[in-house]
Design a protein around this ligand. Sequence first.
Ligand SMILES: Cc1cc2nc3c(=O)[nH]c(=O)nc-3n(C[C@H](O)[C@H](O)[C@H](O)COP(=O)(O)OP(=O)(O)OC[C@H]3O[C@@H](n4cnc5c(N)ncnc54)[C@H](O)[C@@H]3O)c2cc1C
Length: 330
Amino acid sequence: MPEELSARKSQEGHEWQITEKFKETHDTYTYKLFPVSKSQRFDFSIGQFVTVSTLLKRPTTSGGLEENLVNRAYSIASSPTRDFIELTIKEEKPYGYINPVTGKPDAFAAYFNKQVKLGDKIRLKLNQSKEHFLWKVAAGIEKNVAYWSGANGAQSARSLIQYMEDKKDPEFNLILFYSNTKLSTDNTNNRYITNDGPHPIDSLNVIYYNWLIDVAKKLENLKVIFTFTREQEIPPRSTKDLRIIYRKGRFFLNPDGLPERTLLKYGGNVETSFNPICGSSGFINGIVRLPDGKINRGKGILQNLMEIEGVKPEKTDKEQFYLQQVGVNQ
Ligand SMILES: Cc1cc2nc3c(=O)[nH]c(=O)nc-3n(C[C@H](O)[C@H](O)[C@H](O)COP(=O)(O)OP(=O)(O)OC[C@H]3O[C@@H](n4cnc5c(N)ncnc54)[C@H](O)[C@@H]3O)c2cc1C
């Protein structure tokens, strides 16, 4: 990017400061940010995302480091009723990843998570699209929500859950269908970092796992259905946690490999439920990029909802984080 353009771009958006950094899993952090001044604050709605811009140093093939202004989109993971913003940032590409076509490093998250510290100020630009993800929920048009999340995709559900905690609106009802490959403990040295210093925490590989269990115990209008697609065993369920359900395998497939009406099975009303889907292209609609670069079109949650459950298209919504590549991170 030419220097002048880069300088102008770095002035875009609003300046917010990082006050907390929470390690969710081995490759994912949640950041809490406050505006640096009143003039930098902006209002937002459930489901909106911001573009984060920051200078990052990335290793080059020649062994050096190159600093550039880099941008990525992140869904706001906290409620608009709170005076801060939280963002959860998961690394997809590994540290040091070099794009084979350009020969340059082009990842964001691994460098952001390593280089950005408490007290740092970063630029956030709110996406202004009117019909953004979950806009019908934000506008109060849809209150009976069945949210379908891939392993990285529950951020807007977290915003909605916090909103439900704050508003205590008895008309809101959320079933979170949350798909992960497995449940395992990270044996990295986890730390919850605040201004008082680091605090040890237990951490698993599922983003928001412990928080979701705690909040589902408290909120009567929240149910969480965890599925583990590659797990042999599922965690034992406490009889006290009535609104937390564990299952194995893919949604819409029963243990015999036959089609299953997952929404209906776990108490969703097929006529009235609004079904946002968030995650990779593969999770949403079965579209993946093969190792040879070709695009393969399969079926995802969207097709299953319509074909197996009979959900109408207007009762669905989607936010795609990225195009899923087959053969990496699997
Ligand atoms: C509207 C929107 C909202 C989003 N919200 C969030 C959010 O809240 N949290 C979040 O974590 N992300 C979110 N994302 C995705 C985010 O912008 C980044 O893509 C993500 O954090 C991964 O960053 P990265 O730097 O690791 O990879 P990127 O440079 O962004 O590249 C991602 C691509 O890399 C591919 N990839 C994965 N593994 C490898 C590998 N080993 N080698 C090569 N390529 C690989 C992926 O398949 C994907 O296509 C959102 C995206 C959009 C469009």
